[in-house]
Design a binder for this molecule. Structure first.
Ligand code: ZN
Ligand code: ZN
Ligand code: ZN
Length: 343
């Protein structure tokens, strides 16, 4: 391509280290071969921009200026422009109107290749985030669940996420009893009772990298049926982790987890992909999903999170982050993987 244009978001953060405000005043990054890159930000946000990498020029646009005109002039007359997937339609439509001869395509084929392969420093950030998430799980194991509403527990989880070393809490799913069968349940007024199982999926951000982990809690001993299915879930998790290594297709890892659950006749209750990449975004490439023929490489990081969801009854998910190394997948999370019994 002749030009790469990125809006506020994780690609921009990756290239410049600058976390732009994703508001209606556009922040735009433009890169063309053989020239310095341009970071164009609203003038009032210039003071937020810290140290930029060498070769990136900073320019502020005034309230009365049209930032798309500035970018279009800077780009000249490109024939092929790659634009960040998360650019607002208004930005893309505005640039198309100003550059009628340019053909636009998505930037993700370029940016995801770079972002998927984490360097040692990025893996270290993800490991520290995962360890902070492990401490949240350990803290939760010491708390009482019975008598609290899902939303109260979710608030406690969010507080723990920050107390245990994240900069911000990103999400806290707390799904009690039958609500556990909804993988992305929104915590509500359902009170946790003796005998309930509770799915807790939590994540936060630390030094710009995300954590994401899920454990199942049981108020008192879990019933034998839950325990039996949980054994199958663990086999699925273990099979996926054992298979992941450089050169293995992403969808083979999905199939390994799915095979264990299908063998027990529960395939239709595992309603989502096995995992997603994680880094500057909580969900990013590579996706561990049927049909993804991407070959895993050293430095790729993703979740392994098989689940079994029985509508109207209960659900379960076991989620850890792994990094692909020459010796296979290494787990970044270290929390015990058994059902956690709480009061
Ligand atoms: Zn999810
Ligand atoms: Zn999760
Ligand atoms: Zn996840």
């Amino acid at each position: 391509v002749d030009a790469l244009v990125l809006p506020a978001g994780p690609d921009l953060l990756y290239f410049t280290g600058y976390e732009a405000m994703p508001l209606e005043r556009p922040t735009l990054f433009a890169l063309t071969p053989g020239r310095a890159a341009l970071l164009l930000v609203p003038e009032l946000e210039v003071p937020r921009v810290g140290q930029l990498p060498e070769g990136v020029e900073l320019e502020g646009w005034a309230e009365t200026q049209d930032p798309l005109n500035v970018i279009a002039r800077w780009l000249g007359s490109p024939s092929r422009v790659a634009i960040g997937d998360q650019a607002w339609a208004s930005v893309l439509l505005g640039l198309q109107a100003r550059l009628p001869r340019a053909r636009f395509g998505p930037a993700s084929p370029i940016t995801r290749d770079l972002r998927m392969r984490k360097d040692a420093q990025e893996v270290a950030c993800l490991r520290r985030a995962a360890q902070a998430a492990d401490r949240v799980m350990a803290g939760l194991a010491r708390r009482a669940f019975a008598g609290k509403r899902e939303r109260d527990l979710a608030r406690e989880v969010a507080e723990l996420i920050v107390e245990e070393g994240h900069d911000v809490a990103a999400f806290a799913i707390v799904a009690a009893g039958e609500n556990g069968a909804s993988p992305h349940h929104e915590p509500g007024d359902r009170e946790v009772r003796e005998g309930d199982t509770v799915v807790v999926d939590l994540g936060g951000r630390r030094d710009r990298y995300f954590s994401d982990t899920t454990r199942c809690f049981s108020v008192g001993p879990p019933d034998p049926e839950y325990r039996r299915l949980y054994g199958i879930l663990r086999q699925a998790h273990e099979a996926a982790v054992a298979l992941a290594r450089p050169g293995v297709r992403a969808d083979a890892v999905d199939r390994a987890a799915r095979a264990a659950i299908e063998a027990a006749g529960l395939g239709r209750f595992f309603v989502h992909r096995t995992g997603h990449g994680i880094g500057l975004e909580a969900h990013e490439h590579p996706y561990i999903v049927e049909g993804n023929d991407l070959l895993l490489e050293t430095g790729m990081t993703f979740s392994v999170e098989p689940g079994i969801y029985l509508p109207g009854r209960f659900g379960m998910r076991l989620e850890d982050i792994v990094v692909v190394t020459g010796d296979g997948a290494q787990l970044l999370n270290g929390s015990p993987r058994e059902i956690v019994e709480v009061g």
